[in-house]
Design a protein around this ligand. Structure first.
Ligand code: AP5
Ligand code: MG
Ligand code: ZN
Length: 215
């Protein structure tokens, strides 16, 4: 049983670490950003509502997100735990999540706060490439695919996310600092937070996370 949250600014490596964490602990990876992007791809009403916010690097309104996340958490595969990535992102979302967990007899085990400084975040995000097929993340310099533009695992085409340009990235970091940072304090007070240096290599960050979560 492991109920955990990945907290950290855009580009901290949440999605990258999530892939490794869910493989080790056999829990589902729930990324609200991924859910929105799937909905945009499918052209759903939700996707249409979310898209304008995402393209500006703003947060999608709380009520929309909370509903989606809590509905997902009620699915069967979350019975033995879950890894939340990118949710909650405001104190209001965190309070609603707490209320939902309490009402369902669940408790958070750990919140992992991955910290990386701003310049590095911008470099990571503007150089990120994502696989159209399996969603794997690469970086043109840090973590390049073997063949340019092609995913190592599934052979899918790599693309750049619509919100990974310098202007939107800068706004996303600003939005994180203003609206999401207060969660560090929130979970500090709850006594569940652990801090991890996200500037380290992929493997070092993962090892620090495993140390925090336990084997
Ligand atoms: P979301 O999809 O959650 O994006 P984000 O929080 O901005 O985070 P990213 O996915 O950009 O970064 P990441 O930490 O996953 O980094 P990654 O591992 O890919 O949200 C998108 C939008 O959806 C939001 O802006 C908002 O509009 C909306 N939204 C979503 N959830 C919401 C919510 N709860 N409330 C309201 N709105 C919401 O890594 C980044 C790059 O770095 C990659 O290229 C990777 O290869 C590289 N890298 C990773 N680790 C390392 C390392 N250790 N060393 C070197 N390079 C590394
Ligand atoms: Mg991500
Ligand atoms: Zn792929």
């Amino acid at each position: 049983m492991l109920r955990t949250i990945l907290l950290g600014p855009p580009g901290a490596g949440k999605g990258t670490q999530a892939v490794k964490i869910v493989e080790k602990y056999h829990i589902p990876h729930i990324s609200t950003g991924d859910i929105f992007r799937e909905n945009i791809k499918k052209g759903t009403e939700l996707g249409k509502k979310a898209q304008e916010y995402m393209n500006r690097g703003e947060l999608v309104p709380d009520d929309l997100v909370i509903d989606i996340a809590t509905t997902r958490l009620l699915e069967d595969d979350c019975k033995n735990g879950f890894l939340l990535d990118g949710f909650p992102r405001t104190v209001y979302q965190a309070e609603k999540l707490d209320a939902f967990l309490a009402a369902n007899g669940m408790k958070l085990d750990k919140v992992i706060d991955i910290a990386v400084e701003k310049e590095e975040l911008i470099t990571r995000l503007t150089g990120r490439r994502v696989c159209k097929g399996c969603g794997a993340s690469y970086h043109i310099v840090n973590i390049p695919s073997k063949q340019e533009g092609i995913c190592d695992t599934c052979g899918g085409e790599l693309f750049q996310r619509a919100d990974d340009n310098v202007e939107t990235v800068t706004n996303r970091i600003e939005v994180y600092n203003n609206q999401t940072m207060p969660l560090v304090d929130y979970y500090e007070k709850a006594g569940v937070i652990v801090h991890v240096d996200g500037a380290e290599s992929l493997d070092n960050v993962f090892n620090a996370i495993v140390d925090a979560l336990g084997e």
